[in-house]
Write a protein of this length. Structure first.
Length: 106
């Protein structure tokens, strides 16, 4: 992959699914699987049996990976979804929001 359009720490907007329209921060990117984990989005409940480590057992709720195609970077100007373009500024490759032309990192 030449350059990552979505990185850890980016604010993204969910484009489809049960969380459509919600915004969150990327916690993890899995480029090989083309998935991202977004904080507070796509929560999966896992029922756990009591064990020595967790004698109470119970329900574990945590973020499940999401297809990277379902998220779009939030525009730094207005927070709406935008595509990402790469430009060279001062000899450095930077990400630029297509919608507003705003530089994302750099």
């Amino acid at each position: 992959m030449a350059g990552a359009k979505i990185k850890r720490g980016d604010t993204v907007v969910i484009r489809s699914g049960k969380d459509k329209g919600r915004t969150g921060t990327v916690m993890q990117v899995m480029p090989k699987d083309e998935k991202v984990v977004v904080q507070g989005i796509n929560i999966a409940a896992r029922h756990r049996k009591p064990s020595q480590a967790n004698p109470q057992g119970g329900i574990d709720r945590r973020e499940a990976p999401l297809a990277i195609s379902k998220v779009a970077l939030a525009d730094p100007k207005d927070g709406k979804p935008t595509r990402v373009r790469f430009e060279t500024k001062d000899g450095k490759k930077v990400r630029v929001a297509v919608k507003s032309g705003e530089t994302i990192d750099g």
